[in-house]
Design a protein around this ligand. Sequence first.
Ligand code: G3P
Length: 221
Amino acid sequence: MKFFIDTANLAQIKEANELGILDGVTTNPSLMSKEGIKGEEGVIEHYKKICDIVDGDISAEVLATEFDKIVEEGKKLAAIHPNIVVKVPMIKDGVKAIKWFTDNGIATNCTLVFSAGQAILAAKAGARYVSPFIGRIDDGNWDGIQLIEQIASIYTIQGFQTQILAASIRSSLHIVKCAEAGAHVCTCPLEPIMGLLKHPLTDIGLAKFLEDGKKMGSAIA
Ligand code: G3P
């Protein structure tokens, strides 16, 4: 399973990248706005900075909701860097635009997906990624992980090439469950990624090894 970081914060992107396990970045208008990014030039410059940090797919979301405008905006975003993946919402004109981008060699991430039916449409249109929002589904008393399992099963049966990009991740357990359920990619804030490191028995075991190590005198290092 690939790991993407779900943020537009450059310091957090750098920190995750330095861990050596980062495969890409996803952003959305809420995350970009949180970093104070403004205007077309501001957006373009910020994506350039992200692309300079991470060598992997970088999702850049369109704000347009009409076919012609989505295509126009998506082309501008795709021109920023070869690693840009145009993120398009799961709406009628969005599906139409994803098909256009597919036919014209531009990679897409279909976002705001909450059902298996929507995931089938995204795959039919040729999206590189489909983004089911796990946390928001859980928030509504549905089971986000179950949706990942369902989409994974459908894609396998039908031989769809679209990759399941589990989004709206809220915890380290979500990451583990997404891996188990067959997600190809998990995009997460920094905290749940770092949370995967934690186990009290690791801390206790390391403290004991270090204590016993001192009895041996100087270490090789
Ligand atoms: O990038 C989309 C998604 O990850 C949003 O997450 O936490 O706002 O539901 P959240």
